[in-house]
Design a protein around this ligand. Structure first.
Ligand code: GUN
Length: 281
């Protein structure tokens, strides 16, 4: 049987540590501002969860909901105000945004020191250059989950399936920083199964229900499943066929309760880190 890497349990450890660190602070608590545009039901759930998580660790949080028809100019002015507000240490603009708004221009408008999503080009550059900065929450949480379980990364073959800017690419940069030999596979990869079978650490973030089968995974590999899908029975499943793979690998994240809770826990970590580097009221 493989070790179950519970992100839910580790997120509790992270939040407990943050509560202690918040209690030890002088001055105002960390403050997070979340901007939501339109009425995407999934976004509403995620934003609600972020607000709740802030409360749990003693942060101040502000959620600003804007109508789907808002202009890009108006969002940019709001970001300018939040950039200048000393009680706000982290700014997050929930994605997806409506088509008339450029994700890139919005990401570039947030002050890099308040960019708790790690999407600003300055933070992307810092990540790839091996410098200190704010880095995307899901991949940061995955690396810390592996450290928490004493999983060795240095020198291992890591395969990341998926090349998104939110997970796949920053995951590659973070695993390079851990001295893994990193491969990024994607929709044009030839013989994905063969690539998977060579991986000591397999991270899957593609959004296709149970696409990684038991026969695709090396014995003893560590498997991290970032997927969150409904299968044909309506059940919540990851990108990995859990029952088949868990008997072959040495450790695996479940869905739900694996990577999901880590994203918010590391958003809180990033907000704490941002506060520690900004002038505090
Ligand atoms: N929508 C889905 N995931 C994310 C994320 O990590 N950050 C933001 N801002 N929006 C998202």
């Amino acid at each position: 049987m493989s070790l179950v890497l519970s992100g839910r349990k580790y997120a509790r450890v992270v939040r407990a540590s943050l509560r202690d660190r918040v209690n030890g602070l002088d001055g105002s608590p960390p403050g997070l501002a979340v901007i939501m545009v339109g009425d995407n039901p999934a976004s509403r759930v995620y934003v609600g969860a972020k607000e709740k998580a802030c409360k749990k660790v003693g942060y101040s949080s502000r959620v600003i909901c804007l109508p789907a028809e808002v202009t890009e100019k108006d969002i940019l002015s709001l970001i300018d105000e939040l950039n200048a507000d000393n009680s706000v240490h982290g700014i997050l603009v929930q994605l997806p945004l409506p088509d008339h708004i450029s994700d890139d221009r919005i990401a570039s408008a947030v002050l890099p020191e308040k960019d708790v999503d790690g999407f600003h080009p300055v933070n992307v550059g810092r990540l790839w250059r091996g410098e200190d900065g704010l880095f995307p929450c899901t991949p940061s949480g995955i690396v810390e989950l592996l450290h928490h379980h004493d999983i060795a990364m240095s020198g291992k073959n890591a395969l990341i399936v998926g090349r998104s800017n939110i997970v796949g690419k920053p995951m590659a940069a973070l695993l390079l920083r851990e001295n893994c030999t990193v491969t990024v596979a994607h929709s044009r990869t030839v013989d994905l199964k063969e690539q998977c079978l060579r991986a000591d650490i397999l991270i899957v973030a593609v959004g296709r229900a149970e696409m990684i089968k038991g026969g695709w995974v090396k014995h003893g590999a560590v498997v991290v499943d970032v997927g969150m899908n409904r299968n044909s029975d309506g059940k919540l499943v990851g990108d990995v066929a859990y029952d088949e793979v868990s008997s072959i690998c040495s450790a695996i994240t479940p869905v739900p309760g694996g990577v999901g809770p880590l994203t918010i826990a590391f958003l809180l970590e990033n907000t704490f880190k941002a506060r520690s580097k900004l002038p505090v009221k």
